[in-house]
Design a protein around this ligand. Structure first.
Ligand code: FAD
Length: 402
């Protein structure tokens, strides 16, 4: 049988994994990337520790997706079953990288950065005959008489590239200076693409200037954020505009929220802890500093961020202060913009895809990764789903020859 000739658009985790699966299937593979460098978002994701997956057993693993986006979780499940974290981690090890589980149950690459992983992955693919075309943007495509792409490099006219099958792995809308062009190309062809919105993103909070001066960039360690979406434990970071960190990425939503600054203790237990007999006669605030076990940012939050009616408690009412610390009010105003979000919700609608990820309207064209309309929390779930989809699309694409 003739080797399938596969074109892949995008060099992120989904595109590289589609290329990997196509190589496994002996296909001839060409990867087009509109930027001058490959895998930009993977490199960015790795800038604060490359978290590639999560250690939850499969059923619990699915729940993270279900809680965030029940509709797309159902669609993602078969791909995650077929390409679960064990397979992805095994592949990373095969490329020569050590992985470990952090205390947050997240899988990390030992060197923490993505550059080495990206390098060994692209080298592996090149050794297996994959050709990369940076600075090559998809500007149009047709399916008839066979899949053909129009690819444009800076300052040049678009050129046609024909293949047996194509995998779109163009990514979502977050962390981009300008919106990606592919949604417009797709819409013009009658494909349904939902607008992108920020996901896994910080929130604006109108904190007083004194709090920002004292605590900007500092972590409120091990707290629980509660909102109408639920609650999440982790580290929040105070920023110039509000809050960042896993808890707000999970349960951030506009409106009132509460922070429990000492998880594991009821307000009554915490009051007992603060009431321990001491030789000195200390004010409630000084007791909180000495006995409360709070991080400096949490103390600053209590001291500067407390709404006026409760400020008196700092000086005179230890019981009330203990209650406030365990149920601290914050008003989450609005999510930060898409350019600052870790990921995006929205994208190509699932109804455009067959169960094997091929586009109904464009036979021979597949889609994978964050460009499809699904959402997931941070913690490795984004990359894991992107590679699982990429693997499947790469395999299916490779089974098509004209
Ligand atoms: C700050 C930050 C931190 C993150 N941290 C984590 C984390 O810790 N864990 C985790 O799981 N995920 C994390 N992510 C998310 C993760 O990086 C993405 O979910 C993942 O990269 C999506 O993979 P993808 O291949 O679908 O898309 P992308 O990685 O976005 O790749 C798509 C590629 O397609 C290219 N492209 C687009 N349009 C065209 C076109 N018309 N022609 C040619 N090429 C095109 C783009 O330039 C891009 O390189 C983070 C993201 C950010 C921004």
């Amino acid at each position: 049988m003739a080797r399938a000739r596969i074109a892949i658009i995008g060099s992120g985790p989904a595109g590289l994994m589609a290329a990997t699966a196509a190589v496994e299937s002996q296909a001839e593979v060409h990867v087009f990337e509109r930027r001058k460098g490959l895998g930009r978002k993977l490199l960015i994701a790795g800038s604060s520790g490359l978290n590639v997956s999560h250690d939850a057993p499969l059923e619990e693993f699915f729940r993270f997706y279900q809680e965030r986006d029940p509709f797309s979780a159902k669609r993602l499940e078969p791909f995650l079953r077929d390409y679960p974290s064990e397979r992805w981690l095994q592949f990373i090890r095969f490329l020569g990288h050590e992985v470990f589980v952090g205390t947050s149950r997240r899988w990390f690459v030992r060197e923490m950065k993505a550059s080495q992983l990206l390098l060994s992955w692209t080298r592996f693919l090149e050794k297996n005959g994959v050709r990369f075309y940076p600075d090559s943007e998809l500007v149009d495509f047709t399916a008839v008489p066979h899949p053909t792409l129009q690819i444009q490099s800076s300052g040049k006219r678009p050129e046609a590239f024909s293949a047996d099958a194509v995998v779109f792995a163009c990514g979502g809308g977050s962390w981009e200076a300008s919106p990606p062009s592919w949604p417009e190309i797709f819409r013009k062809k009658g494909l349904k693409v939902c607008d992108f919105s920020s996901s896994n993103v910080g929130y604006e909070v109108d904190f007083p200037e004194a709090l920002i001066r004292e605590a900007e960039g500092k972590p409120i360690k091990n707290c629980i954020l509660k909102s109408r979406l639920g609650q999440k434990q982790g580290e929040l970071v105070i920023t110039r505009y509000g809050l960042e960190g896993t808890p707000v990425y999970f349960v951030g939503t506009p409106g009132e929220a509460r922070i429990q600054l000492r998880p594991g203790l009821s307000a009554a237990d915490f009051f007992s802890q603060l009431s321990r007999p001491l030789r000195e006669n200390l004010s409630p605030l000084r007791r909180l500093k000495k006995l409360g076990g709070l991080s400096p940012a949490a103390l600053a939050l209590v001291f500067h961020g407390l709404p006026e009616p409760d400020r008196a408690a700092i000086h005179g009412d230890l019981k009330r202060l203990a209650q406030i610390v365990q149920d601290f009010p914050v008003h989450l105003q609005a999510p930060r913009p898409l350019e600052e979000a870790i990921s995006s919700a929205g994208g190509l609608q699932w109804e455009e895809l067959q169960p094997d990820l091929m586009l109904h309207k464009f036979p021979g064209f597949f889609a994978a990764g964050e460009m499809i309309d699904w959402d997931a929390p941070t913690g490795g779930f984004l990359i894991q789903a992107s590679v699982a989809l990429g693997y499947h699309a790469g395999k299916r694409a490779s089974s098509r020859t004209n």
